[in-house]
Design a protein around this ligand. Structure first.
Ligand code: OAD
Length: 229
């Protein structure tokens, strides 16, 4: 397996104490997507949206990577082929475990973005509507998160990697959100083998050649050791 493309979702961070979105009692059971994760919601009530992401950012900064994050960092370091790590997660746990060049397709809680001039800079712990863009001074700063209705980041690069993949692995994601849910299909079309590692079967499970179920902190280290052998 010389080139492996790995896609991680909220399930990989669950055992680090960060809530998933669609599991029972998850974030989308507590908040309406339309209110906190759409450009329209931000236009209606930016204070509410900042409050939501400020809480997520505080939790993300307080959390520690778990055995699954560390195992993927080890794989990236020790595998003789190419490892491409794409995540739907906006936390910093892959980086905290030592992973490099993580492709955050849904943005990053630690990033701020100016919606007037597209400048990006490191987000303070607490963002608010009164903060100014360091480049154009407009008070149009927002979390650098991809909201519903917006185009995820790095798509061209991701599809390029999928076209070259020998193996595509999806870890801890429910398969409900496109375009990420369609990556398995792209990988299959490119002739890659496919594997889902999850707690429960995702919505796209039927498209994977293989699947294993359990907790990420257990199955990811085991799978990584298999690959490294
Ligand atoms: P979901 O909350 O939709 O799914 C979480 C997945 O993690 C489910 O498949 C669970 O079975 C699995 N899971 C839970 N605990 C686990 C554990 N300990 N080990 C392994 N797996 C576990 O999260 P995502 O699929 O990542 O986007 O959600 C995708 C996108 O929807 C997010 O990036 C976010 C959200 O709306 C935006 O906000 C744009």
């Amino acid at each position: 397996m010389s080139k492996i493309v790995i896609l991680t979702g909220a399930g990989i961070s669950a055992e680090s104490g960060l809530g998933t979105f669609r599991d029972e009692g998850g974030l989308w059971a507590q908040h309406r997507i339309e209110d906190v994760a759409t450009p329209e919601g931000f236009a209606r009530d930016p204070d509410l949206v900042h409050e939501f992401y400020n809480a997520q950012r505080a939790q993300s900064r307080a959390a520690n990577p778990n055995a699954a994050h560390f195992a993927l960092a080890k794989l990236q370091k020790e595998h003789r082929g190419d490892i491409v790590l794409v995540t739907q997660n906006v936390d910093r746990l892959h980086e905290a475990a030592g992973d490099q060049d993580v492709c955050h397709m849904h943005g990053f809680l630690d990033g701020a973005l100016c919606s007037s001039c597209d400048t990006r800079w490191p987000a303070p712990l607490v963002m608010s509507t009164t903060q100014q863009c360091p480049s154009c001074n407009a008070q149009t700063t927002r979390p650098d998160i991809v909201w519903f209705g917006e185009m995820p980041y790095h798509m061209e690069t991701i599809y390029h990697h999928l076209s070259e993949a020998d193996l595509f692995v999806a870890i801890g994601k429910s398969g409900n959100v496109y375009p990420a849910a369609g990556f398995v299909q792209e990988a299959v079309l490119s002739g890659a083998d496919t594997l889902e590692l999850n707690f429960e079967a995702s919505a796209t499970i039927s498209q994977f050649a293989q699947a294993e179920f359990g907790k990420a902190s257990e199955f990811v280290p085991t799978w990584v050791e298999t690959i490294l052998k």
